[in-house]
Structures are given as C-alpha cells and as structure tokens.
Design a protein around this ligand. Structure first.
Ligand SMILES: Nc1ncnc2c1ncn2[C@@H]1O[C@H](COP(=O)(O)OP(=O)(O)OP(=O)(O)O)[C@@H](O)[C@H]1O
Length: 357
C-alpha cells in the first residue's frame, strides 16, 4: 500500500549552532508501525519529528522514507503529513475547505475533492460539521479536522507532535483510542511524539525513550516496563514512578540480601557480590502492605491519598517511598506500614553508570 512506509534513520545528527540536539540517532520504523517518541522536555523528540517532516535540516547521517533518501528533500515532496498540538487550521475556512485545501493546491477537481472530504469526514466523525468554522468546534473536533486534513492526502507516514496536549484529561483518553483505531484502519506508519508515557505505552507498538538527544532505550511498551535498561528509563516508564532506594548488597545465613536504610533487609534471590552499593528500584504497584511483624520494610506513613479505586501511600522518609494499594487503606499519617516485595520484582541499578544490573 502506498500509505505504508518504512522509516530509517542512520547516524542522524542535528546541531543548532553549538548545541547538539540529536546525537547519532539510528532508528528503524517498520511499515505500518505505531511508534511513540517519548522523553522529558528538551530531549529532542520534536526536533527528530520535525527533521522527518523536513521542517528542520539534519546536520549529519541519513534519513530514508520508503527507501528514498530524504536529506535535503523539501517538506512538500516527502509525502508525510504532520498533525500538530495547535491543530494549525485555517480559521477563515469551513471544515470542508480545511479538509480539501491540500487537494485543491494539487489541482484536484472540486467535485473529487469534496467527495474525498466527505469520505474522510465519515472516517473521523465530522460529517455533520463540514459547514462549520474552526471557532465553532470543540477542541476534540478541531483535532479531528487536523487529522482528517492529514488523512485526505494519503501520506506515506503520519507524524504527530503532541496532538492531544490541549485537550482535557477525559477527552485525551477518548482521542488516544480514536487515533489508534484510525491508525489500525488506515494501516499507515505513524510516529507520535509525546511527553506522556501513559499515552505512549497505551497507543504505540514500539516506544523510543529519548534523553539529551540520544535514544536511551527502545522496545515494546511492556518490555520497557519489565526490563528498563537504566534508572532513567525505569523512572520514566510507569506511573506512579518507580521508587529508588540506596542499598548495599550483603549476605545473611539464607543467601544474598539487600540492606536498605533504617536497618531494613530484602531477600534478593540472585547472586551479586556482597559489599556492592546499588540503587534498588521498587515499583509502587509491586510493594505489598503486610503485617508489620512479617514485613521486610517498616516505614512511617507520611501522606495517604485515595481516589476511591486506588490509594497512594507515601512514607515519611528520605527518599520517600510510594505504594499503590487497590481500594482503600486503613493507614493514616503517623502509622507504621509494613511492606514486602517479591525478589523478582526488585530492579537494581549501578550507582555510577545508572545502568541496570
Ligand atoms: N531553533 C532552535 N535553536 C536552538 N536550539 C533549539 C532550537 N529548537 C530546539 N532547540 C533545542 O533543542 C533541544 C531539543 O528541543 P526539542 O524541541 O526537540 O525538545 P522536545 O523533546 O520536543 O521538548 P518539548 O517536550 O519541551 O517540546 C532543546 O534543548 C531546545 O532548546
């Protein structure tokens, strides 16, 4: 299909003057894949997306779309469609005209363009809104027009730059399902930039985590969650974020253990040299509140926050440890909570390199 494309980046560099925004990025995006680029503000994800669109020129490496080298090719000749956070609709044009604008620029006859707009409007749920101006639409409807405008061009790839950032939380959840369903229906390659790891995890087949202009780790969403390669990825993927506790590997009569602050001790269930200082990563959802006598960790309770369905309990310690409990908890500030964790759920990171051990 013409709207599927493999995207291939090899050793891509981008400098803004002295500033090195993308550092030796190599990435292959399979035909029809939905790939999310995530990372904290300033990590280079928008620069990478804009470079794919041709809105930024790269300063090194090779960028291919559908096997063709794109270095130096202007945006309009790349056959990719970008969907922006700001929607970028023409305010003085009705929805139908916004949708058909690119076709009319190409010289498509009016009746054909209108027919295409009606088809796309059906796909995106805009059929009743073709006669409205953007100011007469809700945020979600505007975002659908922006997507419709991309779809009508049958591009080789869709490039999304934080398209849901302007929407409220409930609409974001709804629209992310819609975008993913559209992607599945169209079978096109999609590259989706977001700083929201939940959005990335729920929408994408493949997640690329960026940091300071490099790819820190990439893989299937749950593989990143299960096997983060570094403390950075471990802290970025998963919500609430993983707890990190300084620890020392030790040995007791039973085997290898981790000594944590406050004379707490966890069985490790794997061999590691005693005496080594590490950072232990404990996910809030992997910690279980138990009877204090049996618990490996006993911590003073700081803050208890309940949403009804889950309760977040934070310890009054430094570093703070957060636990997620299903439903409600009888604990309150000042109590002592006992915690345990299965050895296989303990992540360990090197204190120097931050890499997973
Ligand atoms: N035109 C520019 N000139 C100089 N530096 C720039 C330019 N555009 C971006 N940068 C810098 O490049 C880095 C990467 O920017 P980029 O917009 O790609 O980040 P991002 O990961 O998308 O962040 P955000 O989530 O905040 O949009 C940032 O440090 C930014 O300040």
């Amino acid at each position: 299909m013409s709207n599927e494309a493999q995207i291939e980046l090899v050793g891509v560099d981008k400098h803004y003057g002295q500033f090195h925004a993308l550092k030796d990025i190599s990435l292959t995006i399979e035909k029809g894949a939905f790939v999310a680029l995530v990372g904290p503000s300033g990590c280079g994800k928008s620069t990478l997306l804009r470079s794919l669109a041709g809105l930024e020129s790269i300063t090194g490496g090779t960028m291919k779309i559908a096997g063709e080298v794109m270095n130096g090719v202007p945006p309009r000749k790349r056959d990719v469609a970008m969907v922006f956070q700001s929607y970028a609709l023409y305010p003085h044009m009705r929805v139908a005209e916004n949708l058909t604008y690119s076709l009319r620029l190409k010289g498509t006859p009016k009746d054909q363009a209108l027919k295409a707009a009606e088809d796309v409007a059906r796909t995106t749920g805009l059929s009743q809104l073709l006669g409205r101006f953007p100011r007469q639409l809700s945020g979600g409807q505007r975002q659908r027009v922006a997507m419709g405008r991309a779809i009508i061009r049958h591009p080789k790839a869709f490039l999304f730059d934080e398209p849901l950032s302007n929407l409220d939380a409930a609409l974001r959840v709804h629209m992310r399902k819609e975008i993913r369903a559209l992607h599945d229906r169209l079978g096109a390659t999609s590259v989706y930039v977001t700083h929201d790891q939940v959005e990335a995890m729920t929408m994408a087949d493949h997640v690329v985590v960026m940091r300071d202009g490099v790819i820190e780790q990439q893989g299937r969403p749950l593989d990143l969650y299960d096997k983060p390669a570094s403390r950075f990825v471990a802290g970025f993927i998963g919500s609430p974020a993983m707890n990190f506790v300084p620890a020392t590997v030790s040995e007791d009569g039973q085997g290898i253990v981790l000594d944590l602050p406050g004379a707490s001790r966890l069985s490790l269930g794997r061999s590691l040299e005693p005496g080594r200082n590490v950072s232990a990563g404990l996910r809030p959802e992997h910690l279980t509140v138990t009877q204090t006598q049996e618990a490996a960790l006993r911590l003073p309770v700081g803050v208890v926050e309940s949403t009804g369905s889950v309760t977040y309990i934070s310890s009054d310690t430094d570093p703070e440890i957060t636990v997620v409990v299903h439903g409600r908890s009888p604990l309150s500030a000042g109590d002592t909570m006992g915690l345990s964790i299965a050895p296989e759920n303990i992540h360990l990171f090197d204190v120097e390199s931050d890499r997973a051990i």
